[in-house]
Design a protein around this ligand. Structure first.
Ligand SMILES: C[S@@+](CC[C@H](N)C(=O)[O-])C[C@H]1O[C@@H](n2cnc3c(N)ncnc32)[C@H](O)[C@@H]1O
Length: 197
């Protein structure tokens, strides 16, 4: 898709253009199995879904009576999410992850295709914000994309790099291969749970 006008993934316009043109190869089209399993075994937890895209997970968690909020800085993503989540539309907020403030303390941040949407230079800021938003004992759970291709998004990480990024503030308590990866992530992602130290 060489004819996109927007080239900077740090700009909402980059994501708007892709949502508006229905170019969303990261979109799972539903709720991934590991999150279904996690939500069956835990919670309800006060949850943030940063960079929510279509926000299928929000409808899922809200349907389980979790206090979940989904944020995205792309107006087109927010519009798509609100349409997708129906009665839970008010829980989708147009906001920048680095500025948004929770109304009540978070117990969980759900990660899917958000870290890998960011250029690698941003990763320390993402990790610092995760740590800032979560109190000790709270969880960062979701999907992490491992790859070394220089161009993105998605920008993949190496396991040692992820450990270096998170180990000061988080302890890894689960790490498993997902059963239902979509093609762009297949064989290169892990479901992980990190607990805030
Ligand atoms: C690759 S998409 C993933 C969407 C969704 N998590 C999913 O798995 O389908 C990345 C999303 O992050 C959003 N995003 C990127 N930077 C953001 C920021 N600073 N604050 C909020 N949302 C952001 C984009 O607008 C886009 O919807």
């Amino acid at each position: 898709m060489a004819d996109f006008q927007q080239r900077d993934p740090l700009s909402p316009a980059f994501w708007d253009e892709r949502f508006e043109r229905h170019f969303t190869p990261w979109d799972q089209g539903g709720v991934p199995q590991a999150l279904r399993d996690f939500s069956a075994a835990n919670g309800p937890l006060t949850t943030l879904i940063p960079g929510c895209g279509a926000a299928y997970e929000l409808a899922w968690l809200a349907g389980l009576d979790w206090d979940a909020t989904a944020i995205d800085f792309s107006p087109a993503a927010v519009a798509q999410a609100r349409a997708a989540v129906g009665m839970h539309a008010a829980r989708v907020v147009e906001a920048d992850f680095f500025a948004w403030q929770p109304a009540t303390p978070l117990q969980l941040i759900y990660e899917r295709a958000f870290l890998c949407a960011m250029p690698r230079a941003m990763w320390p800021q993402v990790a610092a914000r995760w740590a800032q938003l979560l109190a000790p004992g709270a969880l960062l759970a979701g999907y992490f994309f491992f790859d070394d291709a220089p161009k993105g998004p998605p920008f993949g990480i190496a396991r040692a790099q992820l450990d270096a990024l998170l180990q000061a503030d988080f302890e890894c308590i689960a790490d498993q291969a997902p059963s239902d990866s979509i093609p762009i992530f297949a064989g290169k992602e892990r479901w992980m749970i990190w607990r805030r130290r």
